[in-house]
Design a binder for this molecule. Structure first.
Ligand code: PEP
Length: 255
């Protein structure tokens, strides 16, 4: 089997003005300049407003792309305040996060809606990074395998095999996002192997062996190498630490 890529994606959330975003992007380009990309891909995911400008800045940077943090499921229409996958793609992005736990929690996005968003992203040539993960209560009451299985089944598994090939999964335990608590490499590996196994059951081993599964939840320069060294962890979705160019570059270096 050809080794899987490692993806390091930085989710800027609702941080940085466009001016600050341009500055952070320039700092990142400088910080990443000395790193051999090897089989790594870097994705920067700023707020929508910044995408075009940052995509232009990253244009000449090999192995780096820009992504969005959400999209609407329709191509266009009377959906005031929304942004479609077609618009995101045209602005220069290649990736889009779908189903981040903050969207599930604050905007009540459920698996059925997320399936429509994943489909829209794929239809417009964007690679969706589909997030799943359990809350602290679900971790503690032992229902987390069931929760994750439902999120993956309902959000992804109606896709045809030629489409699922273009999906990336991010396992993000909600209790580890922005809390400074990280899943141990063994805890994360257990869930990543479980997710890969779900893919094998639905689509067969060939597809399961190739699907990229990222870990997210307080990834920092001091824990990245250990997490990314696990067999089924194919990189990270990084929140807080992606807002600091030196930290993000150190995480990329660790991959
Ligand atoms: C995230 O926003 O997806 C995330 C994992 O955040 P943090 O790294 O800050 O926990």
């Amino acid at each position: 089997m050809t080794p899987r890529l490692k993806i390091i994606a930085g989710n800027w959330k609702m941080y940085t003005t466009p001016t600050e975003g341009d500055k952070l992007a320039d700092e990142l380009i400088t910080a990443l300049a000395g790193i051999d990309p090897g089989n790594k891909r870097i994705v920067v995911m700023p707020p929508f407003l910044h995408i075009r400008s940052i995509a232009e800045r990253f244009n000449g940077v090999k192995h780096a792309s820009v992504g969005a943090q959400n999209c609407h499921f329709e191509n266009e229409g009377a959906y005031t305040g929304e942004i479609s996958a077609a618009m995101i793609k045209d602005a220069g992005a290649e990736y889009v996060i779908v189903g981040h736990s903050e969207r599930r929690q604050y905007f009540h996005e459920d698996n059925a809606l997320l399936y429509k968003k994943v489909s829209a992203a794929l239809a417009h040539g964007l690679t969706p990074i589909y997030c799943c993960g359990e809350t602290l209560v679900q971790r503690e009451n032992g229902s987390y395998f069931e929760v994750i299985s439902k999120q993956i089944n309902e959000g992804l598994f109606d896709l045809m095999p030629d489409m699922i090939n273009n999906v990336i999964v991010a396992y993000e335990p909600v209790w580890a996002i922005g809390t400074g608590k990280t899943a141990s490499p063994e805890q994360a590996q257990e869930i990543h192997a479980f997710i890969r196994n779900l893919f094998a059951g639905q689509y067969g081993h060939e597809i399961a062996d190739h699907v990229l599964i990222l870990y997210g939840g307080s990834v920092k320069p001091n824990n990245a190498a250990e997490l990314f060294g696990m067999k089924d962890i194919d990189g990270g979705l990084v929140g807080g630490a992606s807002l600091n160019a030196a930290d993000f570059a150190a995480i990329v270096h660790a991959a």
